[in-house]
Write a protein that binds this ligand. Structure first.
Ligand SMILES: [Zn+2]
Length: 262
């Protein structure tokens, strides 16, 4: 089921994938005729009905991961809708993807698609969105800033104020730099691709920055005491996270701490 939530004139589309153990929330957003992210292919049966019934002129992705781009092929091929994507992710988008089993179960595969070049700004009748590069979760991740509304569409940059593991594309130092920059801009509300709409979003993103900076400081202090990154990882995260085991290391605390060190 796709839950549609009207928020100040735009639509927050909320779906759930996975089973009782791997249950995951996905949000994508429709602003006038602009779709931000497409959801995963596991939601395809219900999201394609939604896409067909609404006038969509463009789709804009925050990054190429399959839970955001899973329906990009369908939108470009069936509806002829251009899908904007950061140029750095284009070669991955056109390539067939061989997903590990857990990602196939939770999100479903992403078929290759031909993305359109990302413009610096995207406008609809009522909204103007600045495209802001925000590497951290992945190298070519972007966020969309609707300044007059105080909205920030953060893709996977935020998700929660803390995390025990990072995906293999994540870089803690890059995330710190991106978040510091975003906190200097004028906005208040986060539109996250997994945790939905977050009021006091700036405060929440500041807490995420605090978390990353604390990790960075702990890693640097322990390294100065002579500990290796592997030893620091065991010290800070003695217990393996569920997702680290399920993903066979695609998600890991080692990635979180090793990319926090200068
Ligand atoms: Zn992602």
């Amino acid at each position: 089921m796709l839950e549609l939530i009207n928020y100040d004139g735009m639509t927050d589309c909320h779906g759930i994938t996975g089973n009782s153990v791997t249950r995951m929330h996905i949000h994508f957003y429709l602003l006038d005729d602009l779709l931000i992210d497409t959801g995963s292919s596991r939601l395809g049966r219900i999201s394609s009905t939604f896409f067909s019934r609404h006038k969509i002129r463009y789709a804009a992705l925050t990054h190429v991961h399959e839970d955001h781009s899973g329906m990009a092929y369908w939108l470009t091929q069936k509806l002829g809708i251009p899908v904007f994507l950061h140029e750095g992710d284009h070669s991955e988008a056109v390539s067939p993807q061989r997903l590990p089993l857990y990602r196939n179960v939770v999100w479903g595969n992403r078929r290759p698609f031909y993305p359109a070049a990302m413009p610096p700004r995207i406008s609809t009748d009522r909204y103007d969105l600045d495209v802001i590069p925000a590497p951290g979760h992945s190298p070519n991740h972007v966020v969309y800033h609707e300044k007059s509304k105080g909205w920030l569409f953060t893709g996977d940059l935020y998700i929660a104020t803390k995390q025990n593991v990072s995906f293999y594309t994540e870089n803690t130092l890059q995330a710190i730099a991106s978040i510091r920059h975003l906190l200097t801009l004028d906005w208040e509300t986060i539109f996250c691709a997994h945790s939905g709409i977050k009021h006091n979003g700036k405060e929440k993103l500041r807490l995420k920055l605090d978390f990353f900076e604390t990790i960075q400081k702990q890693v640097e202090d322990l390294r100065d005491k002579g500990l290796s990154l592997a030893e620091i990882n065991r010290y800070l995260f003695p217990k393996k996270d569920f997702w680290e085991l399920v993903s066979r290391g695609e998600w890991s605390s080692f990635r979180l701490i090793s990319t926090a060190a200068k």
